[in-house]
Design a protein around this ligand. Structure first.
Ligand code: BES
Ligand code: ZN
Length: 628
């Protein structure tokens, strides 16, 4: 069976899905056989009237004014009676629009703080190309313009984009829904001492002109549009993998990611060929708000994964896995976000198992499980509905849906299915799923249909309580159990130390990896005696650890127990790192342990370094209103 997306000839902003193969769009719309419509509430686009198919982007990146000036020329496909085409924009200053070369009327509709504004352009059904000339605004949320001091080299500024979920519209006028795909090419002009890179085929060297051209021949949704501009260099890891980083981080990065080719091969052996040609990683400056972002051909990564011992490379496995789950088979709307992230966490763990062995990957799964239980527990009090796998983000920022749930509850539901049918069957199913649905979109409901047609009986689905997993709050009682012998050892050692003050023997701990230490720290009481914390710190040096995950974990019991020796490190960490996953729990710990003043003092210093994405979350957490 093949599931395809069809655009239909009239109606609201929706996409029509069908479960059988038909030639024409109109036929589809008439037949209504096994079809249902899906509304994407986070785009103003009306693809059924006119939809984009290809982008030609001609841009100039200006570091003095911190703006991008560009013309986006879109190839479009229209319905028979199309009168307008609608784009999403966010704080873009549109100066001119042409349709097939002739100047055209356009209107910018009301601004919504999540959605931005609709840009509506008059067209006829014959229209083929729409060109929009514009400059980005001061509130371009996808863009972070960094001063030289915020980079490793401290000599040249830096720019990077973050388009997911609906921020692409703040740097390119686009039909900004995950269900709309297009190919692109681009010509980008940057200062001649910098290189420009995109989610496309990329230059390996800087040139003297500062002008770069790009081609992305595989269709992508606009949340995967990406660009980075800075003083970075490339080093190959294998024929098709490599890393871009500032010079001072390049060798470290090559070492850290030296298993990259092995990971790609592991992934391919599981679920079929890598579809995107080259796979590179760019190490961004520390203000990057995420751990990683799966921009096609060029994963964006935080430098906080450069631990020096490859201990945090599961993040690379995660972003690589998105080359299948997410980038090939894409969540139809942000309410179906778990289809991107849950599948990716599952796939990530499978890659890690293949490359580093099962006892290693089961430690990761165990950490995932603890995180899920804690997050679900907290969320049940504040936002229970967001503990459903299928989200309801209407009228909200899709960023609200980025919690542990789509990632880890999604992962465990897939693991539950694997445990039911056995790995062999599940792997064959998944491989087929990616192959059958590549370069198209998937809704939660379509996935359930697909599951029933290809893997499970209705009875089995009921037995596994899949409806409860997807449509109900909390964690079902059949959450798979993870057994990690390596963690059992840690639990015993920690328990003993808590009771007796006897630290685990060195023969035991000398072989512990970062994950065992994380488990050790995560299992400490949230509030405990500072003497005991000091004893640990003296022995294992957690406060001065250079491993970002260890630091963030260590901040929890120490901040909550008022362990003062950690405060200096907390401050320097919060000022230098912009990764939201670390910032939120650390600021939370300060607030919840009566140190709101300290949190605010640090935040005032650190905030200018943070990306808008992190700022928005933290402003709310801290109830912070910028002084004008
Ligand atoms: N695609 C996400 C990042 C994202 C999600 C950005 C939603 C904006 C909106 C990326 O693949 C991701 O999940 N990153 C994680 C990595 C981790 C789970 C290994 C992160 O940044 O922490
Ligand atoms: Zn992800």
């Amino acid at each position: 069976m093949k599931i395809k997306t069809f655009l239909f000839a009239a109606g609201a902003s929706s996409l029509l899905f069908s479960c059988n193969n038909q030639e024409t769009v109109e036929k589809k719309a008439e037949e209504h056989v096994h079809t249902h419509t899906v509304e994407d509430v986070h785009t103003y686009a009306k693809p059924e009237e006119a939809v984009v198919t290809h982008l030609n982007w001609d841009a100039n990146v200006n570091f003095d004014t911190k703006t991008i000036s560009a013309t986006a020329t879109w190839d479009i496909k229209t319905s028979e009676d199309a009168k307008q085409i609608t784009f999403d924009i966010f704080d873009l200053n549109v100066s001119k629009v042409t349709v097939d070369g002739a100047e055209a009327n356009f209107t910018v509709g009301d601004f919504d703080e999540n959605m931005g504004s609709p840009l509506t352009i008059d067209i006829s059904p014959e229209a083929k190309k729409v060109a929009i000339t514009y400059t980005t605004g001061d509130n371009a949320r996808a863009l972070q313009w960094l001063d030289a001091e915020q980079t490793a080299g401290k000599k040249k500024p830096f720019l990077f984009t973050q388009s997911q979920a609906i921020l692409a519209r703040s740097w390119v006028p686009t039909q900004d829904g995950p269900g709309i795909r297009f190919t692109y090419d681009a010509k980008v002009k940057v200062p001649s001492d910098m290189i420009a890179l995109m989610s496309a085929d990329n230059p390996k060297e800087r040139n003297e002109t500062g002008e770069y051209t790009f081609k992305m021949p595989q269709p992508i949704p606009s949340y995967l549009l990406a660009m980075a501009v800075g003083d970075v260099q490339f080093k190959a890891i294998s024929a098709r993998t490599g890393v871009y980083a500032e010079e001072s981080l390049l060798d470290t990065s090559v070492y850290e990611f030296s298993d990259l080719e092995n990971m790609v091969q592991a992934a391919e052996s599981l679920y079929g060929p890598y579809a995107w040609g080259q796979y590179d990683i760019i190490v961004l400056p520390p203000s990057f708000p995420f751990g990683g972002m799966e921009n096609p051909r060029l994963t964006f990564a935080t430098p906080t994964i450069l631990a020096g011992d490859k201990s945090l490379v599961s993040l690379v496995a995660h972003e690589l896995a998105h080359s299948w789950s997410g980038n090939l088979v894409t969540n139809a709307t942000w309410d179906d976000f778990w289809l991107n992230e849950g599948f990716t966490v599952y796939f990530e763990h499978r890659i890690m198992e293949k490359v580093y062995g099962k006892d290693y990957s089961e430690m990761l799964a165990s950490l995932t499980r603890q995180e899920l239980i804690e997050a679900a527990h907290d969320m049940m009090e504040t936002m229970p509905n967001d503990t459903k796998l299928k989200l309801d983000l209407k009228g909200r920022n899709p960023d609200d849906g980025v919690t542990s749930i789509p990632y880890n509850k999604g992962y465990f539901m897939l693991r539950l299915i694997e445990e039911k049918v056995g790995r062999e069957k599940f792997d064959a199913f998944l491989k087929n799923y990616f192959e059958t649905n590549k370069f198209s979109v998937m809704t939660t409901e379509q996935f359930l249909d697909y599951l029933e047609e290809n893997l499970l009986t209705k009875e089995q689905m009921d037995e596994l309580k899949l409806n409860e997993w997807i449509y109900e709050t909390g964690i079902p009682d059949n959450l798979p159990v993870v057994k990690s012998n390596r963690f059992n050892v840690v639990d015993t050692a920690r328990g003993q130390w808590l009771m007796t003050d006897i630290l685990p023997m060195e023969e035991l701990t000398e072989n512990w990896t970062t994950h065992e230490w994380l488990h050790f720290i995560n299992g400490l009481p949230r509030k405990m005696s500072t003497d005991k914390l000091a004893a640990l710190d003296a022995e294992y040096g957690f406060t001065k650890s250079g491993n970002s995950e260890i630091s963030a974990a260590w901040f929890q019991p120490t901040i909550r127990s008022n362990y003062e020796p950690v405060y200096g490190k907390v401050e320097s960490f919060l000022i230098s790192v912009g990764r939201r996953k670390f910032l939120t729990p650390t600021y939370k710990a300060l607030i919840e342990s009566d140190k709101k003043d300290m949190a605010l003092d640090i935040y005032k210093k650190a905030r200018p370094n943070y990306h808008a994405v992190s700022r928005e979350t933290l402003d709310e957490l801290m109830d912070y209103h910028q002084e004008k």
